[in-house]
Design a protein around this ligand. Structure first.
Ligand SMILES: C[S@@+](CC[C@H](N)C(=O)[O-])C[C@H]1O[C@@H](n2cnc3c(N)ncnc32)[C@H](O)[C@@H]1O
Length: 231
């Protein structure tokens, strides 16, 4: 058995845990947006759904209210505590799991849907691919993976030119201050959209749709092919 002392430490950023959780302890229209996404994804009563990097648990709660069996997974205990409270306040049954993209427990071929929003960029690229492969294995054949993240919609030679534009856009449209954009660029692991697409297809996913609707946002709808189908 490998000691796995080379395995990536997902909890290395946990010093920021409570601070980040406090930002997420707020009320906005995220429940409406989650409901719309779950409707688009066709979630049904009885489906097994996982939200990995569930944050304050809004989407997980909305899926549970539809009647899905939901695993709300996050590396941060502070976030999971918020998710628990959020679900309980709405009388939704959500199973929380304190684990990360690289460590969440799963039965192979067991989920009807996995969602991960704005979480994958916490991992360097090698580990992103490992995480995507675990998600692929956890899904039932024919099931979907809905991935949203902060990605660079650019080619490498445009980066210098584009960064300030991205910062301006994020400040104007998402209420972020310049510091948080700069910190993201410097200290987190967002990567190019085309790198993510290559990882997804190499892992075996079929790309149903890709939408780069804002300079730093990628939304990917993926499908795990059934046996005998081409990936
Ligand atoms: C930016 S928040 C997004 C939360 C939620 N998905 C949303 O869209 O509102 C990122 C979340 O990912 C969690 N996270 C960070 N690294 C993770 C990892 N390796 N595995 C799982 N969750 C992680 C953080 O604790 C945080 O709750």
């Amino acid at each position: 058995m490998l000691a796995r002392d080379w395995y990536y430490t997902q909890r290395r950023r946990l010093g920021l845990d409570s601070a980040v959780a406090s930002i997420y302890d707020r009320h906005d229209d995220s429940d409406l947006r989650a409901r719309a996404a779950l409707k688009m994804l066709g979630v049904q009563r009885g489906w097994r759904v996982a939200d990995i990097g569930c944050g304050n648990g809004v989407l997980a709660t909305e899926a549970a209210l539809i009647g899905a069996e939901v695993d709300a997974i996050d590396i941060s205990p502070a976030m999971l505590a918020l998710a628990d409270i959020y679900a309980r306040d709405r009388k939704a049954v959500v199973r929380t799991q304190p684990a990360g993209l690289l460590s969440f427990a799963y039965e192979p071929n067991s989920y009807d849907l996995i969602v991960s929003e704005f979480t994958l960029h916490h991992l360097p690229d090698f580990w992103k691919a490992v995480a995507l492969s675990r998600i692929y294995n956890a899904l039932k054949p024919g099931a979907n993976f809905y991935l949203r993240d902060i990605v660079f919609v650019s080619m490498p030679d445009g980066t210098e030119r584009d960064v300030e534009g991205w910062a301006d856009f994020s400040i104007k449209n998402h209420d972020f201050d310049r510091d948080s954009v700069v910190t993201h660029m410097r200290d987190e692991y967002s990567t190019f959209g085309w790198v993510i697409e290559r990882m997804l297809t190499d892992v075996g996913f079929q790309i149903v749709s890709v939408d780069y609707h804002a300079p730093l946002h990628g939304t990917y709808l993926l499908r795990k092919p059934k046996a005998g189908e081409q990936s």
